[in-house]
Ligand binder design. Structure first.
Ligand code: SAM
Length: 199
């Protein structure tokens, strides 16, 4: 890890923004030719980050909402970046990601909840989220990293965050290191970040 990446990881950590910390972790882990997946492409910000980091690799952005795919397509085009956008349920991850990439994915991001500026009723759900995370963990290459940002503030968010924590706690310690970053002194249920790395 070079000094600039180290510094940006440290400043993201101290900013206390889980989304920014997840992005900084991906910046430190991903580079040219690697493969990555955004499990919830939303407005396309994380997919764009992955596409910029993994030039000449394969990047997938998945979202269940056509509006999210359209918005992400617009953002990628505006920034001259490439990713394969798929409008589907991320619980179908094994069918979506080509077989030759299974075990060869270096970064997976999941920013849960609803799309900012979009329909707040379309939110990630515990059961499909945990299925997608489980499958994602199986797709990771050695040293591959998965980041999951969980929100407690919306209806069903706390239940989903609990399900994700339970899933993460159950990952075998001989195959994964798993950490949770949560802000302990902020009111209004701040989001938290789970980071799993395949050993
Ligand atoms: C918080 S937003 C993601 C933000 C995004 N990563 C970005 O950078 O803008 C969460 C997204 O998850 C999507 N979503 C909800 N359930 C889903 C599912 N089962 N499969 C795929 N996407 C889903 C929503 O449509 C929404 O766009």
């Amino acid at each position: 890890m070079n000094r600039i990446v180290q510094n940006s990881l440290a400043s993201a950590l101290f900013s206390g923004r889980p989304v920014g910390i997840a992005a900084a972790i991906m910046r430190s882990a991903l580079s040219y030719g690697m493969n990555a997946i955004d499990l919830t492409t939303g407005n396309g910000n994380d997919t764009l980050l992955l596409a910029r980091l993994c030039v000449h690799g394969q990047v997938f952005g998945i979202d269940i909402q056509p509006e999210a795919i359209a918005e992400s397509r617009r953002l990628l085009a505006e920034n001259n970046a490439n990713a394969t956008l798929v409008c589907d349920n991320h619980a179908r991850l094994f069918e979506i990601i080509p077989r030759e990439l299974h075990g060869r994915v270096h970064g997976i991001m999941a920013n849960l909840g609803y799309r900012p500026g979009g329909d707040p009723n379309v939110i990630t759900e515990p059961e499909t989220t945990v299925s997608a995370l489980n499958l994602g963990a199986m797709l990771l290459a050695k040293n591959g990293i998965m980041t999951v940002v969980c929100y407690h503030g919306h209806i069903g968010g706390a239940e989903e965050a609990r399900a994700v924590t339970e899933w993460a706690e159950g990952l075998p310690s001989e195959s994964f290191t798993v950490q949770k970053i949560s802000i302990l002194n902020r009111p209004n249920l701040p989001p938290e970040l789970i980071v799993a790395r395949r050993i």
